[in-house]
Design a protein around this ligand. Structure first.
Ligand SMILES: N[C@@H](CCC(=O)N[C@@H](CS)C(=O)NCC(=O)O)C(=O)O
Length: 346
């Protein structure tokens, strides 16, 4: 006991000394994100500046998309109002530093969870909201059927992404040559491919679907079936604010559990009258699951009412009836052949 106390005291003194010496900034120990969010009356959400289906503003500045809806769901849980979000467009290269420096409190920007991103930037990826993988888009005229037929190709890619790193691995592993055309800005990647400067464009498969819509002739390009990497896309928060991290994590799990239990924005009022124990725990008519998150009892019901369950968000933005038309694939619930699996609320 005494040893533990002494140990704790020593660690405390060491942290204080490091803070005083400027080695550690106070931000690293910031635990007030929820308080500041409530005071500001809005969630600060870092998004991609223009990726159809995921996050894109219309000409009036209204944002829509899968990544956008996730932040709206967090706002619904906190404020009972999905509109209380301020969207901040961020580049691929600046996104982690902007989160670290508190310009945003959630990054919801087609971002891959990787070990070095958590460790180098003191960040945390609470849960995977979209299982993706990297692929290639080619012009139909090239007649390539797989990513193994790209020997000697000119490849367009965006810098500061996991995509650029996997590209090197793929060609090396398969003993193929390529010419890399790397750009800092997505618009330049797209322009270079569209003008024929590159034979192929590589990105996360979900992004290829989105980017294809922005080509002069979308029908002239195909997305090859190969997936060369794991890209678990997840929201990102700062480390050491566990309360905030829990809200972000359980927002996603509430949406997945709602889908699993058949609760949607259409039937939420009936669900609030349900006597089924697992439904009651989710919608807050039994237990104190909201309170432990520092939120009201009906936190999950608010998310479902205002934004929808996981399937509603998926289908509306990127599913088969949307412009992107991406099949659910890996992002089906575990009970329907996919790997989306939320821990239970209990
Ligand atoms: N998931 C990958 C790629 C994410 C990424 O930033 N992709 C680029 C290429 S499509 C993008 O969205 N760029 C948009 C921009 O920088 O505005 C990662 O986290 O590194």
């Amino acid at each position: 006991m005494l040893r533990t106390f002494r140990g704790g005291l020593l660690i405390g003194l060491a942290v204080a000394a490091a803070v005083a010496a400027g080695a550690i900034t106070y931000e690293r120990y910031d635990t007030k994100t929820l308080k500041r969010t409530i005071r500001r009356d809005a969630v600060l959400c870092g998004v991609n500046a223009g990726l159809p289906g995921f996050s894109i503003p219309d000409d009036k500045g209204n944002w829509s998309g899968f990544d956008v809806d996730f932040c709206r769901a967090v706002a619904a849980a906190i404020f009972n109002d999905p509109k209380k979000v301020k969207f901040v467009p961020l580049d691929a290269s600046e996104r982690f530093k902007e989160l670290q420096s508190r310009k945003v409190d959630i990054l919801s920007r087609n971002t891959t969870w990787s070990m070095s991103r958590e460790t180098s930037y003191d960040l945390y990826f609470p849960a995977v909201y979209y299982y993706d993988g990297q692929g290639f888009m080619v012009r139909n005229s090239r007649k390539s059927e797989t990513a193994l037929e790209l020997d000697g190709a000119k490849v367009c890619v965006q810098a500061e992404t996991t995509t650029a790193l996997n590209l090197v691995d793929h060609f090396k592993t398969n003993n193929m040559k390529y010419e890399e055309k790397k750009f800092g800005k997505l618009d330049d990647v797209l322009k270079a491919y569209d003008s024929g400067e590159c034979d192929t464009l590589t990105a996360d498969v979900s992004q290829l679907y989105a980017l294809r819509l922005r080509l002069t002739k979308p029908g002239d390009s195909t997305i090859l079936p190969d997936v060369i990497s794991k890209e678990p896309l997840a929201p990102v928060v700062r480390q050491r604010d566990d309360d905030w991290m829990m809200i972000v994590k359980w927002t996603l799990y509430a949406m997945l559990n709602a889908e699993e239990l058949g609760i949607s924005s259409d039937n939420i009022d009936e669900a609030l009258k349900s006597k089924k124990p697992d439904v009651m725990r989710l919608v807050g008519t039994e237990g104190a699951y909201g309170e432990v998150l520092d939120l009201p009892k009906d936190w999950a019901a608010r998310i479902i009412r205002h934004v929808g369950n996981y399937s509603e968000v998926y289908e509306r933005n990127i599913g088969q009836k949307s412009k992107l038309g991406i099949p659910r694939g890996l992002n089906q619930l575990w009970s329907a052949g996919g790997i989306q699996y939320a821990p239970p609320i209990r």
